[in-house]
Design a binder for this molecule. Sequence first.
Ligand SMILES: *[C@@H]1O[C@H](CO)[C@@H](O)[C@H](O)[C@H]1NC(C)=O
Ligand SMILES: *[C@@H]1O[C@H](CO)[C@@H](O)[C@H](O)[C@H]1NC(C)=O
Ligand SMILES: *[C@@H]1O[C@H](CO)[C@@H](O)[C@H](O)[C@H]1NC(C)=O
Length: 977
Amino acid sequence: MKTLTCWLMLASITIPLHLITVTVTASTTVHKQQQPLTTNVNMEDNIAYHQTVMGAGDNDNSYLDDATYAKYAARYVPIDTTWQVLGPFPTGMREQDFGADPLEAFGGFRQLEYDAKAKFPSELALDGVVSWHTTKMDHHGWVNVHYPDIKWEFNQLSLGWGINQFQGWARTTITVPNIKHGEGGTSSDGLVSITIQLENIGDFYVDDERLSGDWYGYGLTRHTLRLQPGSRHTLSVRVVHEVRIFGGVILPPPSKFKCELRLPFPYGHEGPNGSYRPMVQVIKEGTGGLIVMDAVDGVLAGEYISVALRNVGVQSVVIKSVKVLQGSRVLEAQLADQDKNDIRIFPSTHRPIAVRLKKLTGSGATTDDFREGEFSLRFEVATLSPDQKGEGHIGFLTTETLLIAQRKWGEPYIYTFRDFDGTIHYAAAIPPSNPESQPSNSAPVLVALHGAGLHIDVNIHRGYDWHGVSIKNVMNAIDSLAALLPGVPEHLKSLPGIKPDPNRLFMAVTPAAGYVNIKQYVPFSSWLSNSYTDAHLRGILESSIIEFDNDVHMSNTVGIPILARTGSVDDNVPPFHSRKMVRLGQENAHNTSAIRLSEVPGQGHWFKGVLQDAVMIVFLQTHLHDTLVTLANKSQSVEEVKIVVRPPFPDTCVITVINPAGMGSKCGIQVEQLRIPYRKGTIKLEVVKGDQVGELPTWIMVTTNIRRFAFSDLHLALQRQRHGRIGKLVIDGTTFDLTGRVMSGSGSFVREDGRLSKTGQLWKIAEDDEWKQHERHRETYGPAIQVLEKRVVIVLGTHFESMRFARTADRIAKLVAHDIYQYGRGDVEVLTDCELLDRYGDSSLEMKEGERVNLVLIGDAHQNSATHIVLGDRKSEVTIDTEEGVVSIYPTGQDFEQPGTGLLMIRPLGPSNLAMVIAGLDPQGLETAARLFPKRTGMLVPDWIVTGPEMAWKGAGGILATGYWGNHWEYLPTMSA
Ligand SMILES: *[C@@H]1O[C@H](CO)[C@@H](O)[C@H](O)[C@H]1NC(C)=O
Ligand SMILES: *[C@@H]1O[C@H](CO)[C@@H](O)[C@H](O)[C@H]1NC(C)=O
Ligand SMILES: *[C@@H]1O[C@H](CO)[C@@H](O)[C@H](O)[C@H]1NC(C)=O
């Protein structure tokens, strides 16, 4: 686009293989649309180093000097390049976290010896059996997994590409170099730290310990293991071919993964001249570890940067301070949260550290070294003593040279902002070309959401597709652009037409190459679990993601101008998806021109021009600029222009809601609660105009499954402006006279649970929001993945009954932290229960306003004092008692006592926060429950789930019980299985 009359904001919130385009508006629902894109980003050997497989044994038994060590550490841990492979077996989309591994019915892969004659059943293969083979790892660390005998094309004929989702196993051995590599001083345990990560893998095992892989190849994370020098270990990798990662149309399906194993570096002991080296790394691999704003005409576009650090030691560390080294005459740095609690990094975890960066005014500011935009930072790091109480060594950690890119006003630039959870993220913005010509005193924002590698070099922000966390991220990006105008030169800040207007979001939508829902993109129908479950359980599980089914919500799009775009030969997200959505849009509007399809002949997926060609520009101009300018030229006042720009308020409107938590307002109405959570609720609204001049309209509403709704803030503002805009409101036959009355912001309409008498009123007005103190509301409505929508602290219990149990719990805490950082670049802290109670007080977890966090609690009330407090606060009807060895569901009288039973559930933490409990009757139970931590979208995890040992092979068929809480956090028979 040559000239822009609006702000164009590009936010990359998705996992790299997904695209979203939202350009959308006030007083309507957040419309959702998503397009997966297959790139071959993950499939190229673009990594510029060769792996050297190094023999163990050199430098035996000696502490290495720095130079030797550096050479040593640049290499890899010895690994056998021959991998034993067994597969392929079928698997369902997003099914692996439920277990569902056929080999588990025969003892499990890790128990099986290589046996060239052994055969295992798999319907993917000829004769229905598969056997072992071996494959070589290449010099880049990649392992290609081929199954030459499988008739992929034939299988696909009847079953579609979903059948090309498959799983298998691969394994090899690694040998720990025989070196002394201690922590120095007396705390040395003689073990060696090794970092490991596997790319394109969901999970893998080192011996019997499960670790999370790097599915999408972000490259950001490493697990730190502590192993005996000279010892050998088995590396077992669950290889899953996900159509969404590797592309559905390529045959034979390319399945490969990459293994990286390293010795971190010399750490933890005395460095040169007696300085102490902290056991912490600056994350410089991958994308998104470092976030720095651009400078626009020399002014920093944002206040914050983020530098991610990784603790590769055995003790927690505290980041004490930061200062600018190189560039210190020009820039000043400070920890953003210095005044708050310690910034602790638990062993083997990552944290993105928020740093406030300021340009110094005065003489230094024009020196050469700033024009370069180069600077480096030095962190002061204290290692906690083993009891975690005191601080041990203090050391320093210096970054490489970091760069602030220099832009001129008018060019696209990157600005940084603080997200809802305090983490630093960024978006790219293109300012309006001629803000002077904007007729009103604000500018619309055009938001384009997409995956990495398109338009500009933006990388992952928050990888939850367009769901919960990600949509919050986008709204925060826009709000902070509007509030702070990062990157806008001072002299332009007061111009009318420069200030982005968040209220004019969602004015029009162009879903491009979008899909209807995840289940129609890659069918969930090939789940192995389906052979062991009934339809009711499947329904309960699926209810946890049905809120993301775009088709179900199409009634909400009526009245919004929509141009859907697709390529006629897109074989990735076939045009079928866009065509179907257009049909649904037209059906819901009862108007065959209500929503337009632009199907471009001969084009494939996400073609060139999809957002910039003539069709698109005309659409954008119609809905962004020309409306404004045309009206402005008719010499209307600014106020009138603003009113006309919003789509006219409709006479009728049908609101569809599955989960109020994920849904904004529509037609001025915000649904707050459903009568039966996670079932569809609708409101049909008809606005009947009065006969007489000046008479306010009557709103007639008919609802299904709606318990509570309120007017949206925007609608209330309009009501106030005009001293009310509704005369009578009739809800399911109950009439309220609202003439001249403006509801308070905290008021709502609520439907009584039962009708007291036949003539009694069904609906009444709740004047305040006191109900939010004890009922579930949009911040606590679930399902389990909602725990990620606030800042998260993981609390590790310290009262486990055995070393093995404690060790499993410790690994689970680290894995949850790893996954939240990896998938969402979230900043999670891991604390022990003692540390948490020290911070918030022993008897209750009174968190101050602004300090409130969601908790993930590892261990039950006996194992974790924080769990004890949270569950004691409000009794749960589903309980776990590890001392008695039982998980109980009181209302149904069910007790589950078999070994391997686990529980994952969310419970209230104060009125507006959540605590997730992850616990098990034994380490295996804890493991099965923890695997269901909802780390990525598309995982079918309700509010609570009791996991059983048979899940290993039966998948969801081994679930013992699951369900959703009611509006009062009670057991809900209709929504439990
Ligand atoms: C160590 O001390 C020597 C002598 O004072 C000095 O020349 C050298 O630069 C120091 N090295 C480091 C890394 O500080
Ligand atoms: C149908 O939709 C088009 C496009 O929004 C609109 O111009 C037209 O007035 C609508 N027709 C009716 C009968 O509402
Ligand atoms: C609006 O008026 C300005 C100033 O007279 C003119 O330059 C511009 O072309 C007009 N825009 C349109 C769309 O008519």
